[in-house]
Design a binder for this molecule. Structure first.
Ligand code: SF4
Length: 369
């Protein structure tokens, strides 16, 4: 029987020759492999892909509504609509909220998403996106989760493809990966996600990619999932990516249990630890290296220091500066914002060159160490 470092070395060699790790390999990396060996293998692969450079984007996340009829057990953000802190922004309010960040921080990406608000017709979104695009023409709109898009299609009695075309025509540039969680239905049942919603996420993304619209991909770990669920999730992404190459990046997020139903019920009391975060980053790099080569660190939930460690464990994108995000603070975790110079400094501190990108990952600036 091979010793663990030898097994990781074998997986590394096969990835370097263009292979995708098998389901058994992935489960081995989750359950048995030595974390340092995984980290070293992942960093070698990241180095081969992008050298000592790590990209980031100047962006803001704007949540236009917190009213949502899905009511996931892992979400502390949603409101049913009757609470005093339920909100829905008008297009004028959205334009006003963006303005200081656009003017002072030269943001190039607007990540805009909210709850699945049953009151909103397609026209709300097309009006909103058109106004944003006309007011801030060089701001890439990274908009709406697959759940929001699917719901609009159902509400308007039309196809997902038609909704995506209308949104793109109004100014949307790409689709965020929110809502992927873990695709497996048994896990989604515990999370309070509707049956079939994992498949639906993949179908909406496939439709977008077929239409030439790029998106991000994500996975949420650290709740009730098992290693096999994560393996199947990653391999489902590889499978879809082989069709249209539409995913621009992958982010593994750790679940934040604060103020969620999952925590209240006692199912998940604590967030994943640092070693688990780094293991997920490293495995993501190793599995997706030949499929989705941009792996994003999730500093938003883990802080700058863990963001730096994630880079050393195979991430090659920092994500964004993030202004005005409301979903993570709803769990009780204070994240704040990160100015561009703090990101550059954080990357330079670990010997990396920071590379500013736009929403479509086009390079717009270099900041060497
Ligand atoms: S995660 Fe999204 S879909 Fe689920 S309850 Fe929260 S806002 Fe709604």
């Amino acid at each position: 029987m091979l010793k663990q470092p030898d097994q990781v070395e074998d997986i590394l060699r096969s990835v370097q020759s263009g292979e995708i790790p098998t389901r058994d390999d992935i489960i081995f990396m989750y359950d048995e492999a030595d974390l340092n060996s995984l980290g070293q293998a992942a960093r070698i692969l990241a180095q081969e892909k992008s050298g000592n450079t790590v990209s980031f984007v100047s962006n803001m996340i704007l949540n236009y509504t917190n009213i949502c009829n899905v009511r996931c057990n892992f979400c502390a953000f949603y409101r049913t609509g009757t609470e005093s802190d339920a909100f829905l922004l008008t297009k004028e309010q959205v334009i006003k909220e963006i303005e200081p960040y656009y003017r002072n921080f030269h943001i190039t990406q607007l990540l805009i998403q909210g709850g699945v608000n049953p009151a909103l017709p397609l026209e709300y979104y097309t009006d909103l996106f058109r106004s944003i695009h006309e007011t801030y023409p060089d701001l890439g709109i990274h908009g709406l989760s697959t759940s929001e898009i699917s719901f609009i299609a159902r509400k308007e009695h039309t196809s997902v493809a038609d909704i995506i075309k209308s949104l793109v025509e109004a100014g949307m540039q790409s689709i965020p990966g929110a809502g992927a969680e873990i695709f497996d239905d048994d896990v989604r049942k515990v999370l309070g996600r509707p049956k079939g919603s994992g498949k639906q996420w993949l179908e909406v993304m496939e439709t977008a990619h077929r239409l030439g619209v790029h998106s991000s991909a994500t996975m949420m770990f650290g709740h009730v999932e098992e290693s096999r669920h994560k393996a199947d999730h990653l391999l489902a992404l590889v499978d879809l990516q082989s069709k249209y190459n539409g995913f621009l990046s992958f982010t593994p997020w750790n679940f934040e249990p604060g103020n969620t139903q999952l925590q209240k019920s006692g199912a998940v009391m604590y967030r994943a630890g640092g070693a688990d975060v780094l293991r997920n980053i490293a495995i993501s790099r190793i599995v997706l290296n030949n499929s989705i080569p941009t792996i994003q660190s999730s500093w938003l939930t883990n802080g700058i220091q863990m963001g730096q460690m994630s880079v050393l464990f195979g991430a090659n994108d920092w994500g964004g500066t993030i202004y005005d995000e409301k979903v993570i603070p709803a769990t009780g975790k204070q994240v704040g914002n990160l100015r561009k110079d703090a990101i550059i400094n954080g990357l330079n501190q670990i010997g990396m060159e920071a590379v500013e990108r736009d929403n479509l990952y086009r390079v717009i600036g270099h900041y060497p160490a």
